[in-house]
Design a protein around this ligand. Sequence first.
Ligand SMILES: Nc1ncnc2c1ncn2[C@@H]1O[C@H](COP(=O)(O)OP(=O)(O)OP(=O)(O)O)[C@@H](O)[C@H]1O
Ligand SMILES: [Mg+2]
Length: 404
Amino acid sequence: MDETHRNGAAVRLVLVDAADEVKTWVSWLAVSMGIELVDIEPPSDATGDAVQEVMRSSPAIVVVGLARGAGWALEVVEGVDLIDPGITSIVLGEPGGDLWQRAIRAGARDVIAPDIGEDELRLALERAVAHAHSWPRGTTETDGDVRRGRVVTITSPKGGCGKTFLATNIAYALQSEARGRTVLIDYDLQFGDVAGALGLRPEYTVSHAVQAPADATSVKAFLTTHPSGLYALCAPLNPAEADILEPARLGTLIDTLRQQFDWVIIDSSAGISEANLVAIERSTDVVLMATTDLASISAMRKAVAVLDQIGMTAHRRWYVLNRANARVGLEQVDIERSLGLGVDTAIPSSRAVPIAMNQGIAVMEDDPRSPAARGVRELLQRLSPMIVDREPDGNRGWLQRMRS
Ligand SMILES: Nc1ncnc2c1ncn2[C@@H]1O[C@H](COP(=O)(O)OP(=O)(O)OP(=O)(O)O)[C@@H](O)[C@H]1O
Ligand SMILES: [Mg+2]
């Protein structure tokens, strides 16, 4: 049987880090099934590099062995799944213990023992091929000929949790450290201050962009550039303008920017407004932020319940606790118990944040070694494992030191 993918090309299977006998076995079977096989052995232990190497081969199926341990293999599976959930991943290992649950949670479709018989292996590969055919491949990356970047909305039910701090810094780091084309939308339409936090002087704002025709060339004219290469679409200068911005047009604007950029970062206003729901509906990732006080956690619990009730669950959710070391706040374990879910990143309170924000500089630029900058980098690595775990040189340039 010649296995061809939806677009007519042969199904490509990437085999990562499998033991030699398994390799021979899978290769023989793949060839007999007409599956194109690419065998890779990433030279370093950095999972980000391995994920990158896998993605370069544009696979439909990825089979990861446990030669470097289950932790390593599952990180690779998770990384691949985050970039393209349409890829079918299989872990090659004994499905006993908790491997199966961990693998499924990481995004794998199956766990198969390396020594299962030929018939069963063939069946497993056929299941993977069938799944690869049925999945709408690349909805997060390309949709037909249209490119689609990741849309990350940073939101919180209560105000003042640090959304603008996180959104500006994530956007800055994605552009300058990860070199992904990034646009930041100040979606706090009444009182947004992305411009102040990044030292920008916008000529045009969201108000201008929503009134223009919905095409990529027109929208670019309304963006403000940051020295890092990051683009920002700033909030209206007059809070009254927010009322006349129709949510449907804001949605179209997000769609247009998504075709142009790898990352669209949305700094939302607090609460569950209609405009915020429009952004969440279009998001691949929603970062929910809270601080450690009871009111913030209780509001977060209600907000999560509302999103679930109205069926807004098609995105990945990330829970961020900001100012997590506040002495008067609740403990992280109590918060997790109260929310019934795990916190993905806890960002400590750090003087570096107000110092940088008040100067209009990203903390990641002004003080990349500060605890807050480390927290942001941790979240970035979870959002995109391809981002290298490297802290930029802490020696700030003379210009930054002067500005401090
Ligand atoms: N980790 C932190 N350490 C110290 N200060 C912080 C931290 N995070 C945020 N802040 C400070 O808290 C204040 C509120 O932050 P920010 O403006 O980012 O919140 P927000 O959620 O965007 O608020 P709003 O809901 O009004 O838009 C700012 O003065 C900022 O400097
Ligand atoms: Mg804000």
